[in-house]
Write a protein of this length. Sequence first.
Length: 457
Amino acid sequence: MTEIRILSASGQIGSGFMESSFARGISLEPHVIACDGGSTDAGPIHLGSGKPHFSRPGVKRDMRLMMLGRNQINVPLIVGSCGFAGGDAGVDWMLDITKEIAREEGLKFRLATVRSEQDKEYLKRRYREGRITPLHPAPPISEAIIDRSAHIVGMMGHGPIEDAVEKGADIVLCGRSTDTALFAAVPLMKGAPAGPVWHAAKILECGTACVVTRRRPDSIMAWVREDHFDIEPMDLDSRCSPQSVASHTMYENDDPFLIPEPDGTIDCRGCRYEAIDDRAVRVYGSQFIKSDRLTIKLEGTESVGYQAIIIGGVREPYILRHLDEWLDAMRNRFAARVQEIFGGRVGPNDYSIHARVYGRDGVMGKLEPLAHEIGHEVCILFTLTTPDESTTDAMAKTFAHFALHYPIPEWSGLISGLAFPMGPANVNIGEVFRFNLNHVVTPEHPLEMFRTELMEV
């Protein structure tokens, strides 16, 4: 191996990149093109519901450019965590988009889907065998929790992706995967050194998040060689610096120097970052510490019911002076109204009402150091959740009116304490979920948790 070139189209498919930047990357003849498709950043909703995060038109635009670029130079194209959460629904969604583009552009290729959604019976067996262990902070786990999960995915490393490419796939659509694995698989197959490969992959996976001044998501390339890698943004008006690359190495990590992967740890403790010129950076000293066992992280979600939101502004000085007491009294008094409406069929343990106060501590909650410095107005976001969609709707409609006219001691007549910015005041957002797994599985074989299907398109 003399040099392996890796092109990252963008930090996330659907977030966009400049055509000129990507075209420059293709002209440099990378050995692989890759783009991440998701994460857990947006919470459990996408895994729980199976609905994607980005728009179909946005994802299709990016995928079209990547497929056409791949077709020019005939190298593998890899997309990970399809549909954002990487469940089977996300892979199917991405597969449909890919086939549609192929029909429209007259493209022919071999495609692999690598699915990461897990069989519950398999997981319960591994749990009984003691092969599922918690990560900190992990919620309690049991077979019942596995059973009631809406969807569970395993986060694949490079092994299943390598397997798909070795079987001849030109395009690989992955379920949930580590961001780095997408960029590391092909270079490792070609014999590139693991340390520079994995560290370069860590920088590439977020696209141009490692540049000095980030204007927008865009394309970036790495050149991996025997004892170092180079990194350079494809937009000639963007630049990396040693500081910007080093700082991104620490991004989203529990430890600033040790970054875990399914089969080992990226070790950046001895790295040296040097400017090649005013745009590109060279990194020496990256190491990869191979683990004695493979572990696959599990991400699972379960339903917590159906939710509605109500947004209201408050500017009344008395209410602001006694805001918590006013909100607590409102919720307590509403319990009696619930009994009237449902005739005792819905009790206090069957629903929840939370109020988040923006302008005081809505963002940071109990960690907000300036919560006592409340201004002249606040926005209150109420969330109302019950196990049943029709119950949620009925309660939200009632609570919106109840809260609007909830009295204050300083006024004996009718008061309207909330200003609703929209109508109707309540918005039903549907089924909501929570994460219920933060654990790892130790499989017997690197591919046993993943299902690969090859097809001619």
